[in-house]
Design a protein around this ligand. Structure first.
Ligand code: KIV
Ligand code: ZN
Length: 517
């Protein structure tokens, strides 16, 4: 199995574990866009979802399996017959597919969640791996909460899972409890003690509850793990998963320490990061390693001086190696559709359909009328906008008028189409955005609660586009909506309408690690 010990396999789970983050749920089209970007980044394995969770999840995994040719596409399944069979069905048309089956192994999970004895858990795991192997050659087995499991028990269950046909053995630190030296030691012990460990790739899957997910993953790689499971921007439940960009760049930058490397085209990292942030509405903090806006900015005078004399004085990586380009002015009012598409392709963004391209190009022309210089970031915001202003949405923003004057109560009048028919709403509010939201609510009446509202300037200057993210919640279902425009009140209205469309689309889905399907 360990045919190439120099290769580090990158398993991206943005579309599965990342999507489990409340509010980060994605449509099939959004998942397809991210999957294509991940393929371009050359990730080895894309975990596309949990097919048993809902018909929508099944469709999305099947669509990704059909579309992706270079990366392996993986579907998650608990160690249960219906999960495994559904995952096998979703992956049937994959060029290269993998079933990822798991069961919990820590005493607390076995006793309180599964209510199974350790013997029953081993038996179920072996049965599940064999069932999956009957459907597909590539099977990964995970011991959920391995980070708090007994090492002897892990040796026993992993040895039997490998004997049953698992080709990858994954060791998750599900609750982010481990420390790097300890987790590294666990991986080394497992590989040394399991007699058939050479027949499988050892993988790790770390959560970031103590901020150690990337450090723990790297400690595992130093001790023999050759697959890391991670997400773009570290997206994921609670504090998230190990962040792909941190793990990949640490290994690449410190080749003096690591005896392996990934095959990733790291120049695609920033594009993937922006796309995931735009689609999910989870902003990237400015000081986030690798992909944060300040990650390569040298503010302090002494640093700038050093970097100008010789960049290595303060830079350990080159910004362009992870895809930070000069945010150059690329297109203008007279640019054509082909130039528009070509530049977006260079930026790693493609369109799922001609209609999506046409919609984005229309918005580009409108933007070019308002804004003289169009930058890469403006283009990427447009693509995100086009992705969710599709014609088949139930609610669309037709027009918005707001009056805001010193000493007066702001008022808004909004026109929407709801299922094809035009409706008008009026409202007053404490500010123009509040008035616009109330006017929209007066038409759509979703009874949802606004949990978050944030505005980001996409580029600098007063003519910059504002990108607005809203998070709304209804009966426990949380969705994020985004909108971009040079007018931030319009961007806000677009974001609000986008959130409502998502809310109406979102279906109840099972969580793989909680409750029953
Ligand atoms: O964190 C975890 O244990 C998981 C498993 C399903 C691999 O996500
Ligand atoms: Zn996880």
């Amino acid at each position: 199995m360990m045919s190439n010990p120099d290769k580090l396999i990158i398993f991206d789970t943005t579309l599965r574990d990342g999507e489990q983050s409340p509010g980060a749920s994605m449509t099939k089209e959004e998942k397809l866009r991210i999957a294509r970007a991940l393929e371009k980044l050359r990730v080895d394995v894309i975990e596309a979802g949990f097919p048993i969770a809902s018909p929508g999840d099944f469709d999305a995994v099947r669509a990704v399996a059909r579309a992706i040719k270079e990366s392996t596409v993986c579907g998650l399944a608990r160690a249960a017959e219906k999960d495994i069979d559904r995952a096998g069905e979703a992956l049937r048309e994959a060029n290269s597919g993998r079933i990822h089956t798991f069961i919990a192994t820590s005493p607390i999970h076995m006793e309180r969640k599964l209510r199974m004895t350790p013997d029953q858990v081993v038996e179920q795991a072996v049965w599940a791996v064999k069932r999956a192997r009957n459907l597909i050659d590539n099977v990964e087995f995970s011991a959920e909460d391995a980070g708090r499991s007994d090492i002897d028990f892990l040796c026993r269950i992993f040895e039997q899972a490998i004997a049953a046909g698992a080709t990858t053995i994954n060791v998750p630190d599900t609750v982010g409890y481990n420390l790097p030296h300890q987790f590294g030691e666990t991986i080394r012990t497992l590989i040394e003690r399991i007699p058939n460990s050479d027949k499988a790739i050892f993988s790790v899957h770390c959560h970031n509850d103590l901020g150690l997910a990337s450090a723990n993953s790297l400690a595992a790689v130093m001790n023999g793990a050759r697959q890391v499971e991670c997400t773009i921007n570290g997206l994921g439940e609670r504090a998230g998963n190990a962040s792909l960009e941190e793990v990949v760049m640490a290994v690449r930058t410190r080749r003096d320490i690591f005896s392996c490397d990934s095959d990733l085209d790291t120049t695609q990292i920033v594009n993937c990061s922006r796309m995931v942030s735009g689609i999910t509405g989870f902003p990237v903090q400015p000081n986030k390693a690798i992909v944060g806006a300040n990650a390569f900015a040298h503010e302090a005078g002494i640093h700038q001086d050093g970097v100008l004399k010789s960049r290595e004085t303060y830079e350990i990586m080159r910004a362009e190696d992870v895809g930070w380009s000069q945010n150059r002015m690329v297109l203008g009012k007279h640019s054509g559709r082909n130039a528009f598409r070509a530049r977006l392709l260079e930026l790693g963004a493609d369109f799922a359909s001609e209609e999506e391209l046409n919609e984005a190009f229309r918005s580009f022309k409108e933007l070019a009328d308002k804004k003289h210089e169009i930058f890469d970031d403006d283009l990427l915001a447009l693509v995100n906008d086009a992705g969710f202003s599709a014609e088949n949405e139930r609610v669309n923003l037709v027009s918005l008028k707001v009056c805001s004057e010193t000493g007066e109560v702001p008022k808004a009048a909004v026109v929407l189409t709801v299922d094809g028919s035009e409706k008008t709403g009026h409202a007053a509010g404490s500010g123009p955005v509040d008035a616009a939201f109330k006017a929209i609510e007066s038409i759509v009446r979703t009874d949802s609660v606004l949990e978050l509202y944030s505005v980001n300037a996409i580029t600098s200057g007063t003519d910059a586009q504002g990108e607005v993210t809203v998070r709304v919640q209804k009966a426990g279902r949380i969705v994020n909506g985004q909108g971009a425009d040079t007018d931030i009140v319009i961007a806000s209205a677009k974001a609000y309408v986008n959130a409502f469309n998502k809310l109406m689309r979102s279906e109840r889905r099972a969580h793989p690690q909680l409750g029953d399907v």
